[in-house]
Design a protein around this ligand. Structure first.
Ligand code: ATP
Length: 512
């Protein structure tokens, strides 16, 4: 299936089965804002729990925090967001469509890479086993021409971005002949910087009100609480503070469903270390976070690191963990070595000392910080992409099954009475009443058993139990496994033992 078609199917599956709805849909929606439905919220909560427990439960030196969305506006001056949290935007005068100028150029660079890869694939097919790819890449004139154009473009782009040269960025777009995909023209406006922070007014009267921002990242809430947590928790370096919360960015171009939203959720952990040890910790957290992703069992090939060439003003090392979405490898998580930038800035702007006294070294210093920052929604999207399967059954029918890791599945067990009479529904409810304290169960009595199985497959329920007439006699039920579709007869009082361990977050955490 073409990847584009797959993605369209995923989006409609998410809507049809109560995972994700467009926000304000009855008013025709609100761009890049989404709501999570009855199954989506369960999946999202399970993802958050997997992350939270892996940080806070498994590390005695990591504690949690829940800071507010509104913060003192000077925080955003200190962090650099008021001055530098910008994206370069450009409009096409004919289509009136708005684009991120840097993305237009990056897409153009990717086109050269595509051309190179296509030439290589064509030659590999032509020459078969005798094909020497390295030699071909180093000598083929067409490839060399593409590489040289690509590299030249990359150099100019890097320089324009580093120098913040918006005129040059526009010139690159013109010189490369980049056209608007809607109008097909090169009728571009100037490039302007656009600040991504949403602002609002706080206070009851307009004279007395203060401009405040909706936080564009959760991290600053951690930095400004550094001393509160360190002192009240008597935390010793190295230690971390973890937080899950909403963040808001007025993204210029919102696309790809929940990949780029204007309101989204982040799971961030700031790990404070001794100056000079940050690279060692950066490496450790890179490995730790990749392990966390791969532990879900979607296959190591779906992930890669993307080390940053251009570092943000606060970082001395940065990498992204990318996941292979249907639209290519995309960032799901960022890991940054943020130096002492944030704590020092808040010290400067607040006038309060934010130092740590290291008793072992007998000296005070501003700790360095390693950040791991992952978007809940992007993680959600990667899980949905990995889980979606279409399978042809023996009878020729197709089943859509969401193969979620059981610990993340929204519903763990569906209990289905074979018929709606003869005391079977009551027996089914009895089973749920017993198991509902341990995991999320669902009761379903409408339609044939086959149809009910299909519906549970579509929301990724790992187990279904069918209650039939024999159940009333011998207290056994049929337990069906989502992935193998195998059915076995088990005693009702064994259900908890069989299912609970396999569907618990603990079982995932133990594999880490
Ligand atoms: P991008 O380059 O894609 O804009 P970023 O590098 O600005 O992302 P960070 O500031 O590092 O992102 O934020 C950390 C994480 O927050 C990202 O890895 C991503 O998962 C998530 N995130 C950032 N912006 C958005 C958004 N607009 N919608 C959904 N998730 C987002």
């Amino acid at each position: 299936m073409a990847q584009e078609d797959l993605f369209k199917k995923l989006v409609s599956h998410c809507k049809e089965y109560g995972f994700v709805f467009p926000s304000s849909e009855i008013y025709d929606g609100l761009a890049a804002v989404y709501d999570y439905g009855q199954n989506g919220v369960e999946l999202k909560n399970n993802i958050k729990k997997y992350w939270w427990d892996s940080m806070v439960l498994l590390h005695e030196n990591i504690v949690g925090l829940d800071s507010s969305i509104f913060m003192h506006p000077t925080i955003w001056k200190a962090s650099g967001h008021i001055d530098a949290f910008n994206d370069p935007l450009i409009d096409n005068k004919d289509s009136k469509k708005r684009y991120r100028a840097d993305v237009l150029v990056e897409d153009q660079i990717a086109k050269y890479d595509d051309k190179i890869n296509k030439e290589v694939a064509k030659a590999a097919k032509k020459f078969g086993d005798a094909f020497d790819e390295k030699k071909f890449r180093a000598t083929n004139p067409r490839i060399l021409e593409h590489i040289s154009k690509r590299d030249a473009l990359h150099e100019c782009y890097k320089k324009a971005m580093n120098d913040n040269d918006l005129n040059e960025l526009r010139q690159i777009i013109i010189d490369e002949g980049i056209v608007c995909p809607i109008s097909g023209t090169k009728n571009w406006t100037d490039v302007r910087q656009f600040n991504l922070m949403f602002s609002t007014e706080m206070g009851s009267t307009s004279e007395g009100s203060m401009k405040v921002y909706l936080r564009p990242e959760t991290a600053q809430g951690i930095f400004v609480n550094f001393l509160n947590v360190q002192k009240t928790g008597r935390m010793k370096i190295p230690f971390g503070i973890a937080q899950i919360g909403k963040a808001f960015r007025n993204e210029i171009v919102a696309r790809q469903f929940i990949f780029r939203m204007r309101e989204f959720e982040q799971m961030e952990m700031q790990f404070f270390v001794r100056p000079g040890t940050e690279m060692e910790w950066f490496k450790k957290w890179k490995e730790n976070r990749m392990r966390w992703h791969q532990n879900l069992g979607f296959g190591a090939d779906c992930y890669r690191f993307h080390d940053h060439e251009k570092l943000a003003h606060y970082a001395n090392a940065a990498t992204d963990i990318e996941y292979l979405m249907p639209f290519g490898f995309k960032e799901v998580e960022g890991i940054h070595s943020r130096t002492d930038f944030d704590l020092s800035q808040h010290e400067k702007f607040s006038g309060k000392s934010i130092k740590y006294f290291d008793a072992e070294l007998n000296k005070s210093y501003t700790p360095y910080d390693i950040e791991t920052s992952i978007g809940v929604d992007r993680m959600f999207l990667s899980v949905i992409c990995a889980a979606y399967h279409e399978e042809i059954l023996e009878n020729g029918e197709t089943r859509v099954v969401m193969k979620f890791p059981p610990a993340l599945a929204p519903v763990k067990l569906a209990v289905l009475p074979l018929v709606k009479k003869d005391g079977l529904p009551e027996k089914a409810c009895e089973i749920i009443d017993d198991l509902k304290f341990h995991f999320h169960c669902q009761y379903e009595e409408k339609d044939s058993i086959g149809k009910r199985y299909r519906r549970q497959d579509a929301i990724g329920t790992p187990y279904c139990v069918t209650v039939d007439h024999d159940t009333l006699k011998d207290n056994t039920v049929t337990l069906r496994d989502r992935d193998t579709m195998k059915q076995e007869r088990v005693a009702i009082d064994k259900l908890n033992d069989i299912i609970a361990e396999r569907v618990s977050i603990t079982s995932l955490l133990k594999k880490l």
